[in-house]
Design a protein around this ligand. Structure first.
Ligand code: PMP
Length: 429
């Protein structure tokens, strides 16, 4: 007799490849079926059988206020009642754009799209259109969505692929992949590679979060800013995850860097599909209808997503929001770090604000090369251990855990106890 979740999964597999609409939701390789959600509230998610989980995936980042935040639900419902989509301009798009620009002043203009993939795809097209160059530099293990140019040595669910099948050799040839956090190799590329004058843009996750959380080493982002300026390439910060997650002004605020273009997503839609590319007017105005770089979208700037995003930003702008979120994360991460140190467990917890990854099998991850040492079998056991105890974390080790302001102390303490008991009971460390 199948459970309701099992039956849904079985039926889904017949009509949806792998039963999931994004491969990262699959628990293939972990020996489990994927979680089939029925509803969620705050830091909890319930599956189709009514089983409850504390959620540390939080829809992969948008839900910084937690699931079904009453204020976000209210504004979204009110907007749906007025009209879910119009296909013409609305005031709420201007209001969200103005709010984002006030918080991230490297941007003078913004174009809204519906997914992070569209945002980075548009950013590359702007860069190519504006510079007349074709090559793009990205970093190994960084994920920027699933369009062709950037699905090469990518992170997240694509991590174990050199390049996705179906991406043409010509596109692969236009994408140059460099090692993140390797100051010397990257500087050398900019100083001596013959292709440097063909580079339209360098795109980077300023804090990598799709090969697990990996912070930039001192001087790395500054070096990218200086070198791109020197060679006439645009610097694109992909802040789809870090934007409004690591702080109110994104990673660019923390590192005090002015990128030419910024990609945002996740939090700015408050749980609805919204993303954006923004930057200096001189770059943004190459877009149609002003310029000749074409980009469009039926649901771009969707009013429900704009309303939910604006309401989310209104909450996170409240004084003390990020301090409270940080304190919550430390409440969970602190005891785990202590256990790691005390038990000499071969692993590490890398964190910035409410974003972190617990790695198994390596004591420091600086770039994608370091990930080859990770213990995938141990992670699979860890995932199942937590899952059986009602805790849902992203089902892959090279992903980030996301906390929300709705995570309760009780749930954080329970999670810390479970994680610690797993580590403490490992037979050989
Ligand atoms: N950039 C980054 C840094 C991301 O983490 C993601 C998705 N997790 C994307 C782009 C793509 O966003 P989407 O899934 O909305 O297309």
């Amino acid at each position: 007799m199948l459970t309701k979740s099992e039956a849904i999964y079985e039926r889904s597999c017949r009509v949806i490849p792998g039963g999931v609409n994004s491969p990262v939701r699959s628990c293939k390789g972990l020996g489990l079926n994927p979680l089939i959600a029925e509803s969620a509230m705050g830091d909890l998610i319930w599956d189709a059988d009514g089983k409850e989980y504390i959620d540390y995936c939080c829809s992969w980042g948008p839900l910084i206020l937690g699931h079904s935040h009453p204020a976000v639900v209210r504004v979204a419902q009110a907007q749906v009642a007025k009209g879910a989509t119009f296909g013409v301009a609305t005031e709420i798009e201007e209001r969200l754009a103005s709010k984002i620009i006030s918080l991230m002043p490297s941007m003078e203009k913004i174009r809204f799209v519906s997914s992070g993939t569209e945002a980075t795809m548009t950013a590359l097209r702007i860069a190519r259109g504006a510079t007349g160059r074709n090559k793009i530099v990205k970093f190994s293990g960084h994920y920027h969505g699933h369009h062709d140019s950037l699905l090469i040595k990518a992170g997240s669910g694509a991590f174990y692929l050199a390049a996705s099948k179906g991406v043409s050799a010509n596109v692969i040839a236009d994408t140059i992949v460099l090692p993140f956090n390797d100051l010397e190799a990257v500087r050398m590329f900019f100083r001596s590679n013959s292709e440097v004058d063909q580079v339209a843009a360098v795109i980077v996750e300023p804090v990598a979060a799709n090969m697990g959380v990996v912070l930039p080493i001192d001087g790395f982002l500054q070096m990218l800013r200086e070198e791109t300026k020197r060679v006439g390439a645009l610097l694109i910060f992909d802040e789809v995850i870090t934007g409004f997650r690591v702080g109110l002004h994104g990673a660019q605020g923390l590192w005090n860097i002015d990128p030419d273009l910024t990609c945002l997503g996740k939090i700015i839609g408050g749980g609805f599909p919204a993303a954006a590319v923004g930057g200096k007017a001189v770059w943004m105005d190459v877009l149609a209808p002003i310029g000749e770089v074409y980009q469009a979208g039926t649901l771009s700037g969707n009013p429900v997503a704009m309303a939910a995003g604006l309401e989310t930003l209104r909450w996170i702008e409240q004084p003390g929001f990020y301090e409270r979120l940080e304190a919550k994360t430390i409440r969970l991460a602190g005891p785990i770090l202590e256990t790691i140190q005390r038990t000499k467990f071969r692993g590490c917890l890398q964190r910035i604000g409410s974003l972190f990854t617990l790695f198994f099998g390596s004591s420091k991850i600086l770039n994608a090369n370091d990930l080859s040492n990770l213990d995938r079998e141990l992670f699979a056991r860890f995932f199942r251990f937590l899952f059986e105890r009602g805790i849902y974390i992203p089902p892959a080790q090279q992903e980030a855990w996301f906390l929300s302001i709705a995570h309760t102390d009780e749930h954080l303490d329970y999670t810390a106890r479970c994680v610690n008991s797993f580590i403490e009971n490992l037979p050989s460390r």
